[in-house]
Design a protein around this ligand. Structure first.
Ligand SMILES: [Zn+2]
Ligand SMILES: [Zn+2]
Ligand SMILES: [Zn+2]
Length: 104
């Protein structure tokens, strides 16, 4: 099962120009390049899992949108062809929620 990089849209203006501004051992603060809003994505288990999840090639870079798996804390959270969110580490399907939204 191939995947692609996680994509996030700004919860304030809808822009896809969203960057991860911190590091996984601190927090998941993201910033919108268009309106300056900040927010943090969190995941929760949706039920079900996939086998043989292959991480995207190339792998995301440090400033690409990042979220942690609700179950194993891995940041290997990617999108499948049908836009399901999946953890490539433990294989569970996830749902994404944006929290700590602060308009810029
Ligand atoms: Zn931080
Ligand atoms: Zn925005
Ligand atoms: Zn996981």
């Amino acid at each position: 099962m191939k995947t692609r990089k996680l994509e996030l849209n700004c919860p304030v203006c809808g822009s896809g120009s969203v960057f991860y501004s911190c590091t996984p051992n601190c927090c998941f603060n993201h910033v919108c390049a268009d309106c300056g809003a900040t927010f943090e994505p969190v995941t929760k288990a949706r039920g079900g899992r996939l086998n043989g999840v292959v991480p995207p090639i190339p792998l995301p870079e440090a400033a690409d949108p990042t979220a942690a798996c609700a179950r194993c804390d891995s940041t290997a959270v990617y999108l499948t062809d049908d836009n399901s969110l999946v953890c490539a580490n433990c294989g569970i399907l996830l749902e994404l929620e944006l929290t700590e939204v602060a308009p810029g």
